[in-house]
Design a protein. Structure first.
Length: 206
């Protein structure tokens, strides 16, 4: 599709790939690997850090013993080598807030606590919005980019097969983070891109 690479909506720069690429989590293939694989924990906002600190006693009942020990040693959040606030890791591997079932499928203990009515935080927005990554620019603007990770290749394939654009898969967290109006503008932008694509196809046939 011949489209601009960046679209500006309400002072937010949005990669057009978020509107054109397809994505649908295939948990049966990845088993929650995004909570396990990586060099650092999940990025956190200051407000999320405050939630984790204030609600640790409620969340801790859903954590593994090793997760609790790691939090007692490091705290409910840490600063990584890039200076970003992130979730701690257990022995440098999985996020401390992970839990596993008998088949070693990985789940977010924060979300489990939320679903049980124990946590006001559903999960870090960086996790909820994946594969969108949020970046704060030096000029004060916010950029939303599509992150492509090898462990999510099956999700891109499944999304393509079922025709689910990234932004539609992430409708709920996008509205939570940026509001209903922002999401409506994404829908309008996607329709505009598709109309441009059809017009270009028509021209090429003439």
């Amino acid at each position: 599709m011949n489209a601009p690479s960046i679209i500006e909506i309400d002072n937010i720069l949005v990669s057009s790939a978020i509107l054109t690429e397809k994505f649908l989590c295939d948990y049966t293939k990845c088993h929650g690997g995004c909570c396990i694989i990586g060099d650092s924990g999940a990025p956190l906002s200051e407000s999320e850090c405050n939630y984790l600190k204030g609600e640790f006693n409620k969340i801790s009942k859903y954590l593994r013993p090793e997760g609790i020990r790691s939090i007692e040693e490091q705290g409910p959040f840490v600063t990584d080598l890039d200076g970003d606030l992130v979730t701690p890791l257990v022995a440098g591997e999985e996020c401390v807030y992970t839990r596993f079932d008998k088949e070693d499928n990985c789940f977010c203990a924060i979300e489990v606590a939320h679903n049980a009515g124990e946590s006001t935080l559903r999960k870090p927005i960086s996790c909820w919005l994946y594969p969108i990554r949020i970046s704060k620019l030096s000029n004060g603007m916010v950029a939303l980019n599509l992150h492509e990770w090898r462990i999510c290749l099956d999700a891109f394939v499944k999304g393509e097969n079922e025709g689910i654009p990234v932004y539609k898969f992430l409708r709920e967290p996008l509205i939570f983070a940026f509001g209903e109006d922002f999401y409506s503008q994404l829908e309008i932008a996607q329709l505009s891109l598709f109309s441009t694509y059809l017009a270009n196809c028509t021209k090429s046939l003439l």
